[in-house]
Design a protein around this ligand. Structure first.
Ligand code: ADP
Length: 655
């Protein structure tokens, strides 16, 4: 059926499993690609930030250098500013300590190291001049004077937290060094003044000493510095100082974050939908597998059935047949499915009846207890089947057709028919035996008086011959003798009947026997004013005993005549008809008599059954035995216009 092709085989399922690798691979590649993309984008971000950091710190270093050099130049001109005028010196100091200079103090030392001028004036004992004992200061002072160039001191601590360094600039007047101008830089203040706010927003800027210790820091926040920084040598002042910048943790750009987030969400959705799909397919596969097993089980069950199954839709079209049905009728499923009535397996002689029951079933009026039907095998053989029809309900609960189960009962029917025939034969034999016994006793009883009648009549005839009697007496006595002999003959024949004396059978023409029997009744018929119609359409010959058959016909004619005793004279009529069909001769004798009561119909053929006061009740019993002895059948039915019709069916002689 269609289902077997619709369901994937085991091989197809394993191919399906292979197909699963493809989406998995695609998913892994997709996630890998997304991760690579994010990593590359992150790396590009980092590199860009690092490039910015380097350029920023180089810019800062240059800026600081520019300030320091400018201050060096200004410090070298202190003598000129001081000697010019107090206002000029005022302007000089304002420029020196002005915006972003980073300078904290100015001290002018004479060649002897004595402080000639300090700005601003401070009492701090650690300051230069008062503390010229400090090794770095003294060393720088000397070096600046001897070199005639600005010299920077090493950084030294100032109080606990701060660090300072100094620049010693030789001051010359008319080509002579007349002292040293010392500029004091506090590292924390230098960074505070010189590092622009926007740089401070992005980095923590420190100046690191040669020991690696931070000597001053400009920092917005102390913590949250995550990445590696960058450092350049801070020269001047040198002495191993470095400028170090560490970027603050910058928030990722919104677009990149959004992109990453959406990619992650997308990947999750893809993974989730794949998982759902896989679960669905697995469940479906399990259901299909179950369905396949169920189908195989049902198919095996159907194939092993002896009962034919045939399903039709509501239009009567065949939609399914099982192997047993195909075996039964001899047509294959392919030839039957899709066929409409009349079906090829409908028996030709029963087409109308089959179509009628077919229509009844489709109308929902089929017999619930099932029905018997004759069907035709492909080879023409007719079979008997017992069919039960049940409504076909589809998966949605709708009535979609009819399912018929069919059992071949041909053998059962044949056995029944054989049993019935056997029974008939047995009964017929029993009746014959009974009849024979009775006939033998009647014959025994009657033979004596009949013989006496016969011999007395013969004697009387002889006597009368001698005495020249009236002419009518002798023929009358002759007839009496003849009839007595005939009576004896009939009894003998009935007696012989019980012994199946078919050897006396001869070919006889039935029409002639009818005429002979009627001739016997002629006088009575005429006397009672009965009309007799004779319709002898055929002149069949049969094998039989002419005497017995004539006697049987005579009995039936006599019964017909007697039944019309009370019938109005103008209605008295006997219709005799002889036809041939199917190797049988059918004789019909219809009268317009009193008819047969339903209550006595069963007993009609019983010996000694009679409704007549003077009747013997042997006529019909003998008739039936005679007919059955000729392998025929005697039956009766009510005449439509009143009265009774007797039928005699006799096999015709082989030509
Ligand atoms: P008998 O004629 O001696 O009664 P039969 O065996 O010939 O014996 O008939 C048995 C009974 O069948 C008759 O008594 C009669 O009631 C009935 N019978 C037979 N033939 C006919 C007929 N043609 N019409 C009505 N009744 C009939």
């Amino acid at each position: 059926m269609g289902l077997s092709t619709a369901l994937p085989s085991g091989e197809r399922i394993s191919r399906w499993r292979w197909l699963w690798i493809l989406p998995r691979l695609a998913f892994i590649l997709f996630v890998g690609g997304v991760a690579l993309l994010l990593w590359m984008s992150d790396r590009a971000d980092k590199e860009e930030r690092r490039a910015t950091l380097i350029s920023d710190i180089l810019w800062l270093e240059q800026n600081l250098r520019f300030h320091l050099i400018r201050n060096e130049e200004l410090l070298g001109r202190i003598d000129q500013a001081h000697t010019a005028s107090p206002a000029a010196f005022e302007s000089f100091t304002r420029t020196l300590f002005g915006f972003e200079s980073g300078l904290r103090q100015l001290i002018w030392l004479g060649n002897d190291g004595a402080v000639r001028l300090a700005h601003p004036i401070t009492m701090d004992p650690n300051l230069v001049g008062d503390a010229m004992d400090a090794a770095p200061s003294r060393q720088s002072f000397r070096l600046a004077r001897s070199l005639g160039k600005p010299v920077y001191s090493a950084a030294y601590p100032f109080f606990t937290n701060d660090w300072q360094f100094e620049v010693h600039v030789p001051v010359s007047r008319e080509g002579r060094i007349v002292g040293v101008a010392v500029g004091v830089y506090r590292i924390r203040d230098l960074l505070g003044d010189s590092v622009p706010w926007w740089l401070a927003e992005r980095y923590r800027i420190s100046i690191i000493g040669d020991s690696g210790k931070a000597l001053g820091t400009r920092s917005k926040i102390e913590s949250s510095v995550t990445e590696e920084g960058y450092q350049v040598a801070f020269d001047p002042p040198g002495w191993g100082l470095t400028l170090h910048a560490v970027p603050y943790h910058a928030p990722r750009p919104l677009a990149s974050t959004l992109l990453s987030a959406s990619l992650v969400i997308l990947a999750t959705i893809v993974l989730w939908s794949l998982w759902i799909l896989r679960r669905h397919v697995l469940r479906r596969q399990a259901v299909e597998e179950q369905l396949r097993q169920e189908h195989a089980f049902r198919k095996a069950m159907e194939d092993s059935l002896d009962t034919g199954m045939r399903a039709r839709n509501l239009d009567g079209e065949i939609i399914y047949v099982n192997p047993a049905f195909c075996r039964m009728v001899g047509w294959s499923a392919e030839e039957l499915i899709g066929r409409h009535p009349p079906m090829p397996y409908w028996a030709d002689d029963y087409l109308d009846a089959t179509l009628a029951i077919h229509d009844r079933v489709l109308a929902g009026e089929g017999p619930e207890e099932g029905f018997e039907l004759k069907l035709k095998r492909r080879n023409g053989e007719v079979i008997d089947v017992l069919i039960h029809e049940a409504p076909l309900i589809d998966a949605h609960g709708r009535h979609s057709g009819w399912m018929g189960s069919m059992v071949d009962i041909t053998e059962r029917k044949q056995a029944e028919e054989r049993a019935r025939q056997q029974q008939d034969r047995l009964q017929s034999t029993a009746r014959l035996v009974a009849m024979g016994e009775m006939a033998s006793s009647i014959a025994h009883e009657l033979n004596q008086p009949l013989a006496a009648i016969s011999s007395y009549c013969t004697g009387a005839v002889n006597l009368l011959r001698n005495d020249a009697p009236p002419a009518e007496v002798v023929p009358a006595l002759d007839k009496a003798v003849e009839q007595a002999r005939r009576a004896g003959q009939v009894i003998r024949r009935i007696y012989n009947l019980a012994r199946h004396s078919e050897d006396r059978f001869e070919s006889i023409r039935l029409g002639e026997r009818i005429d002979a029997a009627l001739a016997q009744m002629e006088g009575e018929i005429r006397q009672k004013g009965i009309r007799v119609t004779l319709d002898l359409q055929a002149q069949p010959s049969i094998e039989g005993d002419p005497v017995l058959l004539e006697q049987a016909l005579f009995n039936l004619f006599r019964n017909a005549v007697e039944s019309m005793r009370d019938t109005p004279i103008h209605q008295r009529q006997i219709d005799i008809r002889l036809t041939c069909a199917d190797q049988y001769a059918l004789l019909t004798i219809a009268d317009r008599g009193c008819g047969i009561d339903a209550g006595v119909a069963d007993k009609l053929f019983d010996p000694l059954f009679t409704t007549k006061a003077e009747g013997m009740g042997m006529g019909l019993a003998i008739c039936r035995s005679v007919v059955e002895n000729h392998r025929g059948r005697l039956s009766f039915e009510a005449n439509v216009g009143g009265g009774t019709v007797f039928h005699i069916l006799l096999p015709m002689a082989h030509q």
